[in-house]
Design a protein around this ligand. Structure first.
Ligand SMILES: C[S@@+](CC[C@H](N)C(=O)[O-])C[C@H]1O[C@@H](n2cnc3c(N)ncnc32)[C@H](O)[C@@H]1O
Length: 180
């Protein structure tokens, strides 16, 4: 999840990184371990108990994350980020919410930035096969939303040893010049 954030050979200056849906911080830990003094890490996590854990866990870290207990839909920091990393389980959300979350993410991402998220391998396809009625409509709509974002995909990496097997997806901003 964090490899795309640190894969560019050179950086132009301090990085601004946003993590969404950090839980108790497994991905945050990897970010904190690699960020350099002067970089900025904002973490948006809805669950107040997880926010308490995150603040305690990373207090005094070299780059201490600023933990914001808020929905990503209501997060308005007034800056854009070079990299956004999301642990949100989008397949579980209502489709309008998924659409709004993607829109919010692209409002928060630099035009030459990268957006990293995971999906469970076969997750949506399986749900689509085994669900019916309104639940199926929801999944189909999410698949349509993500199909429309397909031209933005810079890379897909399958992590078969994750439980359950997962895929890391990296997308660029729709306003990026060229293929970034
Ligand atoms: C599947 S967990 C991922 C946790 C962690 N990144 C990991 O890899 O273990 C998703 C997290 O997203 C948070 N979350 C759900 N909806 C959110 C929202 N609208 N804004 C911010 N965080 C949200 C949940 O509270 C939960 O901690």
């Amino acid at each position: 999840m964090v490899r795309p954030v640190f894969s560019s050979v050179h950086r132009d200056g301090p990085l601004r990184v946003l993590e969404i849906g950090a839980g108790v911080g497994p991905v945050t830990e990897e970010l904190v371990a690699r960020l350099l003094p002067g970089d900025r890490l904002d973490v948006v996590e809805l669950n107040p108990e997880f926010c308490t854990v995150l603040r305690q866990r990373f207090a005094g870290a070299g780059v201490e994350p600023a933990v914001h207990q808020v929905s990503i839909l209501d997060f308005a920091p007034g800056i854009r980020y070079h990299h956004i990393v999301s642990g949100l389980p989008l397949a579980n959300f209502p489709s309008e919410m998924v659409e709004n979350i993607y829109a919010r993410i692209f409002e928060l991402l630099e035009f030459n930035g990268s957006f990293v998220m995971f999906e469970h391998v076969m997750g949506r396809e399986l749900l689509n096969t085994f669900t019916t009625g309104q639940a199926r409509q929801r999944i189909e709509r999410i698949l349509q939303i993500e199909e429309a974002l397909e031209p933005l995909v810079l890379g897909r990496t399958t992590v078969p040893l994750n439980m359950p097997p997962a895929r890391v997806l990296v997308r660029r901003h729709p306003g990026a010049k060229g293929d970034a």
